[in-house]
Design a protein around this ligand. Structure first.
Ligand SMILES: C[S@@+](CC[C@H](N)C(=O)[O-])C[C@H]1O[C@@H](n2cnc3c(N)ncnc32)[C@H](O)[C@@H]1O
Length: 422
């Protein structure tokens, strides 16, 4: 079986924050699923594949939030029809098998748009009836608020975290139901904990960014999904808990997102506990991923991170150690004006403070101006490329640089953009 398997038994969906779909498409292509075999949609990309693709996607994708497998799709315009068709059109066996014999809780996440069926609670209740699943109406609401920011795949309360077993007793399984233009699509989660939870980041600063977003930012020019880099060094002068530098090293060393740990031990995924998992395929994928990991020659690609706050630098050190890359991330406590950097000019990739409140925003203008000056003639990093996560065009203006937007997404309830100095 080749990496791309359009005849594979699964209809797969990798979800990502909106705006990152083109990046996800490139990542999937690098995993051997060519663009013509992919169907992008808002918030994700679909493709057909087998176990190999399903496991590879969970292990390697850096901007995806989770990977789902379709277990049924049918049209329904009334609740009676939903139950009748749902009984036969959905693979309830797979859902029950995923829940295991110990009757783990099955949590539904339902969304409906442009459809006759609109009441999400009723859709859940009637689908449970169709699948003869225990009716635990209200559990969904308890576990998961119904109104969510669609820009962010939420944490899934109760799901095992990294380092935990995805089938730990009491850990629920997730069924995602989408009703759009009267088409009901039922999908089963294969990931378990959200894929941004790589497991290495147990210490965070005040405003950490998700690992998925850090990887998404790095993939807007500085690095390629296959680990290639466009310039020999990368500096984050506002590195906080180190997310951007750590993700840069993981990418450059081709350490899979799901193996960012001491000894490159893979994370546990929900689908690893499905009874029809072919264990040899998982072992092969892990062996293949391990064989692809390469050392990083600092002469060829060097990664630096600094922050004025000594406590977050301590956290960044602990995180880099847990990610299995303590040597490759050069960390220091320093203000922007003294941020250490190598001689070779490279990329500044960073997530500066946003200052969403009006007062804070005003007080941040000098910092953004200093960031802009640092890469202009006379600055200490002249000749360097700059790419940063921005939440505020006023602060962008303060840099005094001509900027281009490379990607727009959501982060912490805000619309944010990856902007690069031209
Ligand atoms: C949005 S946070 C970065 C979060 C980081 N990406 C992470 O995932 O943890 C911004 C960081 O900028 C740092 N900072 C603010 N002003 C600074 C300055 N003048 N020089 C260096 N660091 C500064 C803060 O201490 C904070 O850690």
């Amino acid at each position: 079986m080749t990496a791309s398997d359009p005849s594979g038994p699964f209809r797969l969906l990798a979800q990502c924050p909106p705006g990152l779909e083109p990046t996800l498409t490139r990542e999937l292509a690098a995993l051997g699923i060519p663009a013509p075999h992919q169907t992008p949609m808002a918030g994700g990309v679909m493709w057909n594949g087998g176990w190999e693709q399903l496991l590879r996607a969970n292990l390697h994708l850096r901007v995806a939030s989770r990977v789902l497998v379709e277990v049924g799709s049918f049209r329904a315009r009334a609740l009676g029809e939903l139950v009748r068709k749902g009984r036969v059109a959905v693979d309830w066996e797979r859902i029950r098998a995923a829940a295991g014999g110990d009757g783990r809780r099955i949590v539904f996440r339902v969304s409906a748009s442009r459809s006759r069926l609109y009441h999400e609670g009723a859709i859940e209740a009637r689908l449970r009836e169709a699948g003869e699943l225990p009716d635990v109406a209200g559990v969904g609401e308890e576990a998961e608020p119904r109104t969510r920011d669609p820009g962010e795949a939420e944490e899934f309360p109760g799901v095992a975290g990294p380092g935990d077993r995805a089938d730990a007793p009491g850990t629920p399984i997730l069924v995602v139901v989408r009703v759009h233009r009267d088409q009901v699509t039922v999908r089963l989660d294969t990931s378990g904990a959200h894929l941004h939870q790589r497991g290495y980041r147990q210490h965070v600063g005040t405003a950490p960014m998700r690992e998925t977003l850090a990887a998404g930012l790095l993939l807007q020019g500085p690095l390629e999904p296959d680990g290639g880099w466009s310039r020999p060094s990368l500096v984050d002068p506002f590195c906080g808990s180190g997310t951007i530098p750590i993700e840069a090293v993981l990418l450059a060393r081709r350490i899979p997102a799901g193996m960012a740990s001491v000894g490159f031990v893979p994370r546990d995924f929900a689908c690893l506990h499905w009874p029809d998992l072919p264990p040899d395929v998982w072992e092969m994928e892990v062996a293949r991923a391990r064989a692809g990991i390469r050392p990083l020659d600092p002469e060829r690609f060097a990664v630096f991170g600094s922050d004025r706050d000594a406590r977050v630098i301590e956290a960044a050190r602990a995180n880099a150690k847990r990610a299995g890359v303590p040597e490759e991330v050069h960390l220091a406590t320093a203000p922007l004006s003294k941020a250490p950097h190598p001689d070779d000019s490279g990329w500044i990739v960073t997530n500066p403070p946003f200052g969403t409140r009006l007062g804070a925003r005003k007080s941040l203008r000098p910092l953004y101006a200093a960031l802009g000056r640092s890469v202009q003639p006379g600055g200490r990093m002249v000749g360097w490329r700059l790419l940063y996560l921005s939440a505020d065009p006023v602060l962008d203006h303060a840099t005094g640089l001509p900027l281009e937007v490379r990607m727009t997404t959501r982060h912490g309830g805000l619309t944010v953009r990856a902007v690069a100095a031209r």
